[in-house]
Design a protein around this ligand. Structure first.
Ligand code: NAD
Length: 498
């Protein structure tokens, strides 16, 4: 059986003393094993990244960018292989895997603008014959720790930007779908990236803690669940590192009485059930304003759920694949049980779904609850599965108050035809990414991605302009070259231009 190892200093490294099974979620079978890095292996990666840093730091941004241009070409040429690896280990439908891959490639494209992004700021004559400039210097060795649900896109949110900024990088991908990261690393080497600039250590808590404890690692980007994000943020900060830790979500969509309901229903179907609900931007709560809106919305969602096609991700005609693991499947099913027991109306029940030929796969059908109240666990918790809750409210302010009161603030959206309502909503809602008739308002690569409240620990968002700030340190230089033999006398008052 294949064991997915590590990629350190341009080479495949085994370190298979501790391993874990990797499953094919569509069959429930073990497809391979993943090596779990020891502290010593993580140190090997840190040493390689440290050794590569001085030369990489001094490599001109234009040269770094030209490697990214080549990388983009290679990614596109190898898309099919990468996408197939995502589907095999994650389970999502191939077209959807291709979608996440492209969103990752878009960050690579943005990183190709490194010379522009890093050119700094210059002010001539800030004082008599004094010039000043700010430049953005790399941090050194930095690390990224990523979740299972986007094995290509989320690592690509991080390393292209970190690398073009002049840092060297260690990626610790999810142990549940580890192969994609190794493919991404091999292609970087092929693109001409010097050995040691990008390294992958597969592993679990031991690898993560080793990175957090290492004084040579200057910054950590994390994406995953909120309890782990908070742990990473606190532990990394107390070790003196810069940390951005993106956490979980419970994204609400408000459906106003004036919305184009057919459009809203189509959008909600994709946003709630696409990728089996395993997206941090998935809509998991629809807040219907008014009972008439709710009745029509629920009826239309129910109708569409009857035709939702669930099956293996290798078949592009399926709308939705399986959940990631047996444990996660049981957890999501447990939430459906809890919602029913708490008295929510179960309009569509995905439990008991059997996919012919894939009886041991982790398939759960699309599930819809109506009359959900805010004290139910299906409302309070991130379920991360194909479960959509409908909450009924009387007006838009009540809907917004619900969203603002929730512990998470990743994404949200409003379906309406009223521009004034939409503007009020975007201006006032306490959420980091907001859509108007756009259910998954994932920012494009030239903006930055991040939630508010307990969906993000740290200040700077992922990729886009914030990534340049996160992966660099500002240095401001003030310079004077005395000329004409003129020397200043000692000045004891604070210098000013007055
Ligand atoms: P997770 O928190 O279980 O794992 C994320 C990473 O942390 C993995 O690499 C894992 O190995 C590591 N990890 C897990 N437990 C650890 C521990 N005790 N100590 C140290 N490291 C540990 O998350 P997941 O299940 O892989 O991903 C799903 C979660 O990620 C969801 O909550 C989802 O909302 C969130 N997510 C958020 C965003 C975002 O941008 N906010 C994007 C994608 C996913």
């Amino acid at each position: 059986m294949t064991t997915v190892g590590h990629f350190i200093n341009g080479e495949h490294i085994a370190d298979t003393a501790r391993c874990q099974d990797v499953f094919n979620p569509a069959t429930g079978g073990i497809s391979k094993q993943v090596a779990l890095a020891s502290k010593a292996t993580v140190q090997q990666a840190i040493d390689a990244a440290q050794a590569a840093y001085p030369a990489w730091r001094n490599t001109p941004p234009l040269k770094r960018a030209s490697i990214m241009f080549k990388y983009k070409e290679l990614l596109e040429a190898n898309a099919e292989k990468i996408v197939a690896a995502i589907t095999e280990e994650h389970g999502k439908v191939l077209n959807d895997a291709h979608g996440e891959f492209i969103r990752g490639v878009e960050v690579v494209e943005y990183a190709c603008g490194a010379p522009e992004l890093l050119k700094g700021e210059h002010s001539k004559n800030v004082g008599p014959a004094i010039d000043s400039w700010s430049e953005f210097q790399p941090l050194g060795v930095v690390a990224g720790i990523t979740p299972f649900n986007f094995p290509a896109m989320v690592p690509m949110w991080m390393f292209p930007m970190a690398i073009v900024c002049g840092n060297t990088f260690i990626l610790k991908p999810s142990e549940r779908d580890p192969s994609c990261a190794i493919l991404l690393a091999e292609l970087l080497k092929e693109a001409g990236l010097p050995d040691g600039v990008f390294n992958v250590v597969n592993g679990d808590k031991e690898a993560v803690d080793s990175l957090l404890e290492a004084p040579e690692v200057h910054a950590v980007s994390f994406v995953g669940s909120t309890p782990i994000a908070e742990y990473i943020y606190n532990k990394g900060n107390s070790a003196g590192k810069r940390v951005q830790a993106l956490g979980g979500a419970k994204n609400h969509a408000i459906v106003m009485p004036d919305a184009d309901l057919d459009n809203a229903v189509n959008a909600l179907m994709g946003a709630a059930y696409g990728s089996c609900g395993e997206r941090c931007m998935a809509i998991s709560v629809a807040v219907a304003v008014g009972n008439d809106t709710a009745d029509t919305l629920v009826a239309k969602l129910k109708e569409q759920l009857e035709t939702l096609k669930v099956g293996p991700g290798t078949d592009n005609s399926n709308d939705m694949g399986p959940l990631i693991t047996k444990q996660h499947f049981e957890k999501v099913k447990g939430y459906v049980d809890a919602g029913e027991a708490a008295g929510a109306t179960l309009v569509a029940d995905g439990r008991g779904l059997v996919v012919e030929g894939h009886e041991n796969g982790y398939f759960l059908g699309g599930t819809l609850f109506d009359h959900v109240s805010t004290d139910m666990s299906i409302y309070t918790d991130e379920i991360f599965g194909p479960v959509l809750c409908v909450v009924r409210v009387e007006n838009m302010q009540e809907a917004m108050d619900l969203i603002d009161a929730h512990e998470f603030g990743n994404g949200t959206c409003i379906f309406t035809r009223d521009g004034e309502a939409a503007r009020y909503f975007t201006d006032n809602i306490k959420v980091g990414m907001v859509g108007v008739n756009v259910p998954l308002p994932v920012p494009v690569a030239c903006h930055s991605f991040g939630g508010w409240k307990r969906s993000l620990f740290g200040d700077l968002h992922a990729y886009g302009p914030d990534a340049v700030r996160f992966y660099t340190k500002r240095k401001t230089v003030t310079q004077r070259w005395p000329s004409g033999g003129v020397r200043e006398t000692a000045q004891f008052s604070f210098p000013s231009n007055q």
